[in-house]
Design a protein around this ligand. Structure first.
Ligand code: ZN
Length: 176
């Protein structure tokens, strides 16, 4: 949506679909125990596709309002961190994986299909969090079962398999 379309949309007020999504956003916040929501618009954050923060101890989130399915997913992800009372005792890739699972279930429970793009972004989020943990030598040391699940779900295991296959072919004799 460009700036002029957005201004028009704002002048027009929310549509019925947006009202449905906002009602679901409210329900998801209530389910998660979130009591403070600062609305941030990811489209206005220069160069950043996704934007949200969670403060589980304060039951607070910074997230989009939730009037598109994708924004609703981002909101549900932050609500997930609050609902699951996440803190630094869990590795980050496990927290992210759990928040993505919570967000998927929250939308489904409220009758909203998770957009494919949101699932793809969620998988990448977990994938990169695992990649960070691997780089720091911290992957799979704690929360082994959840780490294994996250590695499977995010495509990390597939990535590792592909890398191994590529390394193996380097041992093959070159025929040319
Ligand atoms: Zn998160």
């Amino acid at each position: 949506m460009n700036r002029r379309d957005r201004r028009r949309a704002e002048a027009r007020g929310p549509t019925l679909d947006e009202l449905t999504l906002l009602a679901v956003a409210k329900a998801i916040k209530a389910e998660s125990g979130v009591t403070y929501h600062r609305i941030v618009d990811p489209r206005r954050e220069d160069g950043r596709v996704t934007f949200g923060l969670a403060f589980p101890q304060r039951k607070a989130i910074h997230a989009p309002e939730g009037c598109t399915p994708k924004d609703l997913y981002l909101l549900a992800h932050e609500c997930g961190h609050v609902a699951l009372k996440h803190n630094h005792q869990k590795p980050r890739h496990v927290r992210e994986y759990e928040a993505e699972m919570w967000a998927h279930a929250a939308l489904q429970r409220n009758g909203i299909a998770v957009p494919d793009d949101s699932t793809a972004d969620a998988m990448l989020n977990v994938f990169f969090a695992i990649s960070d943990a691997v780089e720091r030598g911290q992957f799979g040391r704690r929360a082994k079962r959840l780490s294994a699940e996250a590695a499977e779900w995010s495509g990390w295991n597939f990535h590792v398999q592909c890398q191994r296959a590529r390394e193996d072919t380097s041992y093959l004799p070159h025929s040319t």
